[in-house]
Design a protein around this ligand. Structure first.
Ligand code: URA
Length: 265
């Protein structure tokens, strides 16, 4: 399968039909073209580096370093000093809000702890609450396809949620619940030091950006969260209900990919 065929394959898996100009010349596509996702199987740090994007003088992790301002001492909570193991244990035992009474288990997050891409969703649903892993239901399958459309595997990124516990009946997180969980996510962010954040869905975007601006207005531009570029896209559960919006999600993913590539030294 060549690169173009692979791209079509991923887009089809996302449910996006490609219209190809009938007389389009078959010429090569530039390696730096953000419209051309890298193949998922030859990737380093999540996204294949074309020679022009090779990492020179980068951090040992091979990615640009951002210094999230969550590390600023005046903002630091005790959670801000925890390592991965201690953080995971703290989350597992958390009783800071009422959701601990109804959860089956906490859903900490999953993936590459040195990822360049941090994907942040809303909260665990039923499947996630049972399995202890984010995005494992139907929406999770579509999220995996969305990532693959830009050359990323689920394993290469880190996936977390605004909330670590499932809200009953999958209702929206309440402000006190999001506030109680915020330090956990901020610590994960500080440990991962991603190059880009992909906020999936209104709840993730609005909570991270501390706004009630509708998602339709938040997508399409690059925001910052603790100094890190953040791109907003639709939640895969919404895309399952509104497949015509997948085109816009594809635009968002390309914006994220372009932003990521531009962030590389
Ligand atoms: N929806 C989310 O936002 N997160 C999950 O983990 C699952 C579904």
């Amino acid at each position: 399968m060549d690169r173009e065929q692979r791209r079509r394959h991923y887009l089809e898996a996302m449910g996006i039909t490609m219209w190809v100009p009938r007389l389009a010349p078959p010429g090569p596509v530039s390696a730096g073209d953000p419209d051309t996702p890298a193949p998922a199987d030859s990737r380093q740090q999540g996204v294949e580096q074309s020679p022009s994007a090779s990492v020179q003088g980068a951090s040992p992790l091979g990615k640009a370093k951002f210094a999230p301002d969550v590390l600023a001492p005046e903002k630091a909570s005790p959670i801000a000093a925890l390592d991965w193991e201690a953080l995971e244990a703290r989350v597992r035992g958390c009783t800071a809000c009422a959701l601990h009474r109804t959860r089956t288990q906490t859903v900490f997050g999953v993936g590459n702890r040195e990822a360049s891409w941090l994907v942040i969703g809303e909260a665990p649903g039923e499947q996630e609450d049972l399995r202890g892993e984010p995005f494992v239901g139907r929406a999770g399958q579509l999220l995996n396809e969305m990532l693959r459309a830009v050359g990323l595997s689920r394993e290469s990124v880190y996936i977390a949620n605004i909330l670590k516990c499932r809200p009953p009946q999958n209702r929206d997180p309440q402000p006190d619940e999001a506030a109680a969980c915020e330090a956990f996510l901020q610590r994960q962010l500080a440990l991962i030091r991603p190059c880009i954040i992909l906020a999936v869905g209104r709840v993730a975007a609005q909570n991270l950006l501390k706004t009630d601006t509708p998602i339709g207005k938040l997508r399409g531009s690059v925001h910052r969260y603790t100094g890190i570029p953040l791109v907003v896209t639709y939640h895969p559960a919404y895309l399952l209900r509104s497949p015509l919006e997948k085109r816009k999600a594809w635009d968002d993913l390309r914006l994220a990919l372009r932003t990521f590539r531009e962030s590389q030294p």
